[in-house]
Write a new protein. Structure first.
Length: 297
């Protein structure tokens, strides 16, 4: 037996609890950053060789602070873009912090050039450990960030995904630099920059698939399919034991005064408080009555 709309809504919504509101974008970004930093700390401790040299200059420290700032602001911008009407300010902050990071790395390249000369200071060597290490390190915090972003409303999924990728890639780049510091900053500029850019571009391309918040979960799709297809099969409906009988068909033509019938005399109060009768309203050519039951004077 086919249920009506009210019964279908009642069945689908029975036992549901109201969804708790999401936290502010910055608080959600802070929670993700805290968890990601704990994970990155374990990665750095595991990858750092026992005989690693602890001596690192002040510029190196500034570069890592700027990289962490890029990760924090990019994640906050990603979360902000899931809230309608927000996100532009945090996007500008992420761009500013990323530009400062690139500027500090360029300053390091200039410092290496002045200290060792162009041939040695700007010598570009391959860095395969970071080529593989940055995506692998970014995998766990990236999955966590994607799950958290899908709980919002990613109206611009490509932008949101690109900002999320920038956040996790920046954090992973910091982990690689802390675990295995590079001899020259040109390696960070070229190899790390290329990996971060590639990850952001790929995330933007696949943003609609990663953050498709309109897509139904498999469980939801099965339930809706049962609700729609089940009633179409006699004797197999999920509502067969619960749906009330179909209401009788109402002949609307038989309701109200019929064509040609005489209107009974009346005495009613209008919206201004004046009493009106059929005779007082009747004009030389008759009277047209319009019955409107939903007026709220």
């Amino acid at each position: 037996m086919t249920p009506n709309t009210d019964d279908l809504i009642r069945q689908l919504s029975s036992g549901l609890a109201p969804a708790p509101p999401l936290g502010r974008p910055f608080l959600r970004a802070a929670a993700w950053t805290l968890g990601a930093l704990v994970y990155v700390a374990f990665v750095v401790a595991w990858m750092t060789p026992p005989d690693a040299v602890a001596g690192r200059d002040f510029l190196f420290t500034l570069q890592q602070v700027a990289a962490l700032g890029t990760a924090v602001t990019a994640s906050a911008a990603a979360f902000s873009t899931t809230v309608p009407g927000r996100g532009r300010g945090m996007m500008l902050a992420a761009i500013a912090m990323g530009s400062a990071w690139v500027g500090l790395v360029l300053a390091g390249c200039m410092q290496d050039w002045m200290a060792a000369g162009p041939a040695s200071g700007l010598a570009l060597r391959t860095d395969w450990p970071c080529v593989a290490g940055i995506p692998l390190t970014a995998l766990v915090p990236g999955l966590a960030l994607a799950v958290m972003l899908r709980r919002g409303a990613p109206l611009v999924p490509r932008t949101t995904a690109a900002l999320g990728a920038l956040a996790v890639a920046s954090l992973a780049s910091t982990a690689m630099c802390l675990a295995q510091p590079h001899e020259r900053d040109i390696i960070v500029l070229v190899w790390h920059g290329a990996i971060i850019a590639a990850m952001s571009v790929l995330a933007a391309i696949g943003g609609r698939s990663i953050l498709n918040w309109k897509r139904l979960s498999p469980v939801g799709a099965v339930l809706i399919a049962l609700a729609i297809v089940g009633p179409a099969q006699p004797g197999h409906s999920v509502f067969a034991q619960q749906a009330p009988p179909a209401p009788p068909v109402v002949n609307v033509q038989a309701l109200g005064p019929q064509v040609g019938a005489r209107v009974a005399d009346f005495s009613l109060v209008d919206q201004a408080g004046a009493t009106r009768t059929l005779r007082s309203l009747m004009g030389p050519k008759g009277l047209m009555l319009v019955l409107f039951r939903s007026a709220d004077w």
